[in-house]
Write a protein that binds this ligand. Structure first.
Ligand SMILES: C[S@@+](CC[C@H](N)C(=O)[O-])C[C@H]1O[C@@H](n2cnc3c(N)ncnc32)[C@H](O)[C@@H]1O
Length: 209
């Protein structure tokens, strides 16, 4: 009988935001699978590590094979239910074999940093995908949280929204949330469009918060 595969929401990245439930599964795991950023923070000596790249099929095959003999934990960033590798795994592995442990999302931490509620926010991912729905939302003045990516950076999204005729809304960018080099940028879309700072690993909040 194959072992349970634990899919762990690791929070935004620093150990401070790891839940005790995820920490328990993490410490018991013999094999860890996940993004290099998470493996380099959380792997302990003796744990075999498999960094996930774009080849998700190959990662699933590795997880299936290893789970026959070992306790495997898959580390995903933030929460397992928000634009996560976890949903791919539920479609490609036997659900009965999976244990899903939720985590603190980068979006949750961003709103906590802004000291604002987020029940009215629309959450959009532009991480590895485009989403034109965001234009209408910003035009309507909705509060929008955006997961950004390598191609769709906060700056390129700000310039694009303005070129699509969006108002010059307020914008906040939470960069490297929970890490020592965390930074919150605050301005308007036009300021961000002109800004040359590095905003890798960022969440944007558009709207006057
Ligand atoms: C594939 S999505 C996963 C989102 C994740 N499931 C969550 O709940 O935060 C990855 C994106 O999440 C955001 N993100 C993850 N960790 C972050 C952090 N520490 N600081 C800022 N943004 C982060 C970035 O927009 C990143 O491109």
């Amino acid at each position: 009988m194959a072992n349970t595969i634990a899919v762990l929401g690791m929070g935004p990245g620093s150990e401070d935001y790891l839940t005790p439930a995820a920490a328990k599964y993490l410490s018991e795991a013999q094999v860890l699978v996940g993004a290099s950023r998470l493996l380099s923070t959380f792997a302990r000596p003796g744990q075999q590590c498999y960094p996930v790249n774009a080849n998700l099929k190959e990662a699933v095959q590795f997880i299936k094979e290893k789970s026959r003999d070992y306790r495997v934990a898959v580390l995903v960033s933030g929460d397992t239910g928000l634009y996560s590798f976890a949903s791919y795994l539920t479609r490609h592995l036997d659900e009965n074999q999976l244990k899903i442990i939720p985590g603190i999302s980068s979006v949750q931490l961003m709103f906590a940093r802004l000291k604002k509620p987020w029940e009215q926010a629309v959450i959009i991912s532009m991480h590895g995908r485009s989403n034109s729905e965001i234009v209408e939302l910003v035009k309507k003045g909705r509060l929008v949280a955006v997961l950004t990516g390598r191609e769709n950076t906060p700056r390129s999204i700000a310039c694009w929204l303005l070129s699509e005729g969006c108002p010059n809304a307020g914008v906040k960018v939470g960069c490297n949330l929970s890490y020592e080099n965390e930074r919150i940028y605050s301005g308007r879309l036009s300021d961000l469009c002109r800004c040359s700072d590095d905003f890798s690993n960022s969440v944007m909040v558009i709207g006057d918060v």
